[in-house]
Design a protein around this ligand. Structure first.
Ligand SMILES: [Ca+2]
Ligand SMILES: [Ca+2]
Length: 508
């Protein structure tokens, strides 16, 4: 079964609970979701009682957010329109932090607040909360039609962990000795110096995989985001796939973090059906390049078309920022208009859009560790980001983009027609699904102008679409109204500086 398989979340309730439009009703697939990535420690503190060692002045320290706090803010996320959340790993972290340095920060202690430095896979990290807190979060999310993805690690333990001294019955150590070389052998190297599990030993992989599966089963998790995918061998992932399906259900979703992933790079993994989805590492940089004037528009439009080469039934998860890369807004020198262009292109492109927490309110911070700073809450009494300014207008823009995506199957499943011609400065493409099973065709035309000046577009439309008039589908505050007309099979559109328009057929 592929990503097209139905999730375990109750779909019909989902559609009602979220007020989702009819287009989203059954079968809802992962290509229909909007995924929101939360670093739990940075989001919302719902239990100050578990804030052991919290130091909010340390950019690499614990800041006190937890699963209970996240559960309390689910309505905020539902209001934004997201339909799934991805949370970092939640198991017990190594006891002590590591000395670290970064530009713009004094030497600091880097703690396991991100969840990737496991001390013990069978225990919860109390600073994130208890297993009951995780189950509560999942239950509360499901009540709102929101699925929950748990980030898992199979590849490595924390720098210091209870596994350092573990041995098999025959006396073999669970962890490899030495750093290795990831260029020579990505499976046996120590990624970031982290001790690598000998996953070729059944006892070792059974422990790690079994602990992740057992936690998911007890708490109702809908899928895994899999860390450091290329550093574990394919036969282990094949076994992992068999086990998750057998023990968590045929629709249990797997999303691989295979560094450098794209439609081409991920295709062998999809061909072997090890996972349903993988991150598209190309989307962010390509959009940053285009909006800042690098390359011809037609080349970027062709890039967007080429993303449709993904193997049918599998999904590319595309993001603008992540905890492992500089924030896009920082890369764009804080230019929120150009950032809006990329947000609009993300929400009108094929794949599973991933919103990195706070990106929708212009969270500051650029490079690590500041790309992992606190969720801005403005005047709301929520720690750790209380008092941090939010761009509510940007959030409103996201909300509208998400609403449009969820209303249009063409944006989630449609094919791609490049409308930009070689000399055009405006980006223009259409997404379309043909009429089928009594449902009408759905056509959405996306236009974007990266220039600092207004531009006009004059585009030929495929005659078969029989488009006679169009109207703006995106009507968020700050989106200027401008003429758009269709005559003799051509679409004529004015685009304000650094703006996007999303057009649909106008019904008289
Ligand atoms: Ca807390
Ligand atoms: Ca490994």
């Amino acid at each position: 079964m592929s990503a097209a398989s139905q999730s375990r979340a109750p779909d019909s309730t989902t559609a009602t609970a979220t007020g989702a439009p009819a287009a989203l009703i059954n079968p809802r697939t992962w290509a229909d979701e909007i995924l929101y990535f939360v670093l739990v420690d940075r989001f919302a503190d719902g239990d100050p009682g578990n804030n052991r060692g919290v130091d909010r002045s340390n950019p690499g320290g614990w800041h006190g957010g937890d699963l209970r706090g996240l559960a309390q803010q689910l309505d905020e996320l539902r209001d934004l329109g997201i339909t799934a959340i991805w949370i970092n790993p939640v198991q017990l972290q190594q006891a002590r932090g590591m000395p670290a340095q970064a530009p713009g920060a004094r030497e600091f202690t880097h703690e396991g607040f991100h969840g990737y430095w496991m001390h013990d896979f069978t225990q919860m990290e109390p600073r994130f909360g208890s297993e009951a807190d995780l189950k509560h979060l999942v239950d509360q999310a499901h009540q709102r039609g929101i699925k929950v993805l748990l980030d898992i690690v199979v590849n490595h333990a924390g720098y210091t962990s209870g596994y350092m001294t573990r041995k098999t019955a025959s006396g073999e150590a669970w962890l490899r000795v030495g750093e290795g070389n990831c260029e020579v052998n990505p499976v046996t190297c120590a990624v970031g110096g982290l001790p690598d599990f000998k996953t070729e030993i059944a006892e070792v992989r059974d422990h790690v995989i079994g602990a992740n599966i057992a936690l998911a089963k007890r708490t109702g998790i809908d899928g895994f985001r899999i860390d450091t995918y290329k550093h574990v061998s394919g036969d282990v992932w094949a076994e992992h796939r068999r086990r998750t399906r057998a023990e968590l259900g045929a629709g249990f979703f797997l999303l691989a973090e295979l560094w450098g992933g794209s439609a081409e790079v991920l295709d062998p993994v999809f061909a072997r059906d090890e996972v349903d989805s993988g991150f598209d590492f190309t989307f962010k940089g390509s959009c940053e390049g285009w909006v800042t004037g690098r390359g011809r528009t037609v080349a970027y439009a062709a890039y967007l078309r080429n993303r449709h080469r993904v193997r049918p039934g599998y999904v590319l998860a595309h993001y603008l920022s992540s905890h492992d890369e500089p924030m896009m807004l920082g890369n764009l020198q804080g230019d929120r208009e150009r950032f809006r262009l990329c947000a609009a292109l993300q929400m009108t492109s094929l794949g599973l859009p991933v919103v990195y927490y706070g990106e929708e309110v212009a969270r500051g911070g650029h490079e690590w560790p500041f790309n992992r700073n606190d969720m801005p809450w403005g005047s709301r009494d929520i720690q750790p980001g209380k008092g941090v300014a939010r761009d509510e207008a940007l959030r409103g823009f996201y909300k509208e983009l998400i609403r449009v995506r969820l209303a249009h199957p063409a944006l989630r499943h449609g094919d791609y027609t490049l409308l930009t011609q070689t000399a055009d400065s405006a980006l223009a493409f259409a997404r379309r699904v043909e009429a089928r099973d009594g449902r009408p065709a759905d056509t959405v035309i996306v236009l974007a102008n990266r220039e600092d000046k207004a531009v006009s577009a004059d585009l030929a439309l495929p005659a078969a679409w029989d488009l006679r008039a169009v109207r703006d589908r995106l009507t968020a505050p700050g989106v200027p109204a401008a003429p758009a007309s269709v005559a003799d099979g051509r679409l004529k559109v004015e685009l304000a500086p650094k703006s996007v328009r999303i057009l649909v057929p106008a019904h008289p």
